[in-house]
Each structure stands twice: as structure tokens, then as C-alpha cells.
Write a protein that binds this ligand. Sequence first.
Ligand code: SF4
Length: 478
Amino acid sequence: MPWKAVSPIEIYKLLPRTNCKKCGEENCMAFAVRLVNMETKLEKCTPLLEESKYNQNYEKLREILNPPVKEIEIRSDKRVVKIGGEYVMHRHELTYINPTPIAIDVDDTMSKEELIRRIDIAENFKYDYIGRSLTLDLIAVRSVSNDPEKFRKTVGFVASNTSFPLVLCSLNPRIIEAGLSAIPDGRPLVYALTKDNWQRIIELAKKYGVPVTIFSPGDLDTLVSLAKTALDNGVNDIALDPGTFVGRKGLGYTLNAFTMLRWKACNDDYKLAGFPLVGTPITAWKTVEGDSQTKMWWETVTAAMLIIRYADLLIMHSIEGWSLLPLVMLRFNIYTDPRKPVSVEPGLRIIGNPGELSPVMITGNFALTYYIVSGDIEAGKIDCYLLVVDTEGIAVECAVPGRKLLPENVAELLKSSGVEEKVKHRILIIPGKAARLAGDIEDATGWKVLVGPLDSKDIPKFIGEKWTPQIIEELSRS
Ligand code: SF4
């Protein structure tokens, strides 16, 4: 059965229903609504955890709210990365929950300088996009030397030079144990358990309390059989890697395998597929023929496809911006909650160093609109006051016909923002796409309206031509 949204009433009936507000909500019903919208955690209702009379209800609620894909945590002493925890195959059915973390690899044959260089690039990679910081997430330490002591030292060195959680990569249990012993306080992800090493890796997972990735390339039957073995032996935090095959033929298999596993978890309630999926586009560096640009291209394309098709963690080798930037932007877009437009806080923004005769402009609070408009104003070196009106995160061209850009909201913002005290004039520049509201805004605010350009890139030209002392005076007198 596909995962079905639970009704708030169903949840409410199992809550204590005392309206004690310990969860931060006004009452139990409000908490139930936020729970079904995945906006809060069950554990915030502390009476459920603390009072034994609610034990049964707590267990029932956990069962109802559990995602079909288990969520697991990978930790360093400074950061936590969550993978999995997904409910649906298709984003529009609810939302995707945990954006696919990207791990950058290092290995135990690299010099300390090279390790530091790659760690620094991974840690400092940051792109600010419509108010969000897009970053990388993990370091994957690979054993290439197959020498436990070398691996232990490398893991210790990497852990002491990064805040990122680690993935420890080797198929040799002796190597994995050496790595685990180097970071007793962390909770790295072990990569990987296979049909050849499962007994020893299971022992290590239990001894160190760490999650493990099960790796069975090209063989889904063995993959789920190993998952069952791990569960039967008390290892519950597992991830699955069905193999990442790169290139024209390989990609088809890879996407099918990832899709089948996610379909079985979300639509067939098949527990053995209900774990985070690990993709390794890094395999392009071994399997693709050609120069490093070709390998990197295939790695990037594979990673992009796996972000769209169900990978919950990716291990990559490329650290070039042209490879990573499209991936973090794609990930941002795929994991944006489709139920909520990406918005910024309404209110007054002061751009540059405006004075009492500087322009006052308005825009909507759809994040993309705001950042484009403010970027164009800054690029044009215009000192001004920008009023961001609450349009419920809707772009201006839709907010006008949808009645989300309301003259009364503009009037209210003019007052509450204090901009009336900051300027001498009473002229408001509205977006060209809101031209039809000009009269209504004048009536609601008492300010003269100057209709701005249709495209914000033309604002500098518009200000240069229209914001002159003569025009300001004329409008003020009219
Ligand atoms: S903490 Fe629990 S019992 Fe108290 S209001 Fe919230 S949901 Fe209700």
C-alpha cells in the first residue's frame, strides 16, 4: 500500500489531550496538525515520553508516523547529518524530507597537505542562493593502502581537521575497525558490508554502535537478503547500495535499481527496501575511459540523476565548482517543500545609503523575486528603501491576479516599517507587473504611485530617467 497521509484526528486521539502546551503549541490539536505536516517531532510532546500511562499510545503514534524509509544519523562531535526518513516516491505527494548529503572522498595514500586541501575545499564550499546557503556535508575516507594502521592515522587526522561527519570506506573489516577506533566519539557511516564480510562488519556495527551500508552491486536479491541478516542480528541502522554503474548502459540499470527499491519501500510496504540509498558516482573515475574532464562529467551527470531518483547520500571525488554547483542547486530545488513557496520575511530593506529624497519601492516576498529585485538595485548602485510586501511567497505576476498583493497590506507596511519618517516625499514605485493596482494603492496609502519597469533589470535605467528632482516635485504637487 502506498504511504497515506494520516489525519490529524487520528493522531489527536492518541495524544494526552491535556492541552498543557509543553510542546510549544496552543493545544493538542494544533500539535497533531503540525505532526501530520511533518513540521514538528513527536518527542516534543514530553508527557508522552515521561508518563508511563501513555507508553502504548506513544508506540502506536511512532508506528503511524514512521516513514517508509528509515531515517538514520551520521555524526561527528560537531555536526549531525540525517539520511533517509522519506515518505513518498514523488515530491508532490508530500515533500522530500532530508536533502541528499554529498560526501567528498579522501584516501589514506594522500599527503597531509592534500588531505587538508580537499577538506578545506569541501568545508568552505558555499553558494548563497535565494537566502539559503548551499554546502557540502561529509568526508568519505577511503582505504587505498589496505593497511589498518595507515587508515587509522588518516581517519584520526581527517576527524581532527574537519567538522563534517565521516564515511569510512573499505571492504576489509580490519581496516574498518582501525578507522572506528580512531574516532570513538563519532558515529560514522561504515561502507560497506558485503556477502563476504557480513559477519565481522555486523559485529563491528554492534560494538561501535554505528550505521552500516550494505553493498551488493547488480544483485538486489542479495542486497535485501543481507539487509534481513543485519536486522536479524540486531543491526537496525542500515543503508543500501545496489551499485552505481556509470556510462550509457550502466546508468539505466542504476536508476532502475534505485527506483525499484524506493518503490517497494513506499508503495509496497516492503520493509527490507525501507532504508536510505547510497549512490557512488565516484565510480566514474574507475570505470569511464577518457581524460579527467570526461570522468568528472559522467560523475556529475550520474550524481544529478541520483539526486532526482532516490539517492539519500552520494560519494563524490570531484571538487570543481562546475561539477558541485549544479548538484547543490538541483538538490535545493528537489528538496524544497512544494507545499510552501520559498519566501523571505516581509518588511523594510535599506539598500545602500538612502536619504530623505531616495526612492521607495515595493516588491513581493517570493524569495526569487526578492533576491533578483534587490540584486538588480544593488548592481545599479541605487540607494533606496525597498518594502517587501507579504504576498504569501507568491511572485508579483501571480500575486496581483491572485489577490495576494493587497493595497491595504502596502498601506499597513508603509506605516509599520517607519519609512514615512525616513523620506520627505510621498511617492511609491510599484512593479510594472502590478500596474493595474496603481489607483487602488494610491487610494489605500495616500501616496502617489509611479509604475516601475516590467523587468527589474531595467530599474537602474528607470531610476536614472524618472527619479529626477523635477519629476519628484511635479508628482508631489499633483
Ligand atoms: S505537550 Fe502533548 S499533551 Fe501537551 S499540548 Fe502538546 S500535544 Fe498536548
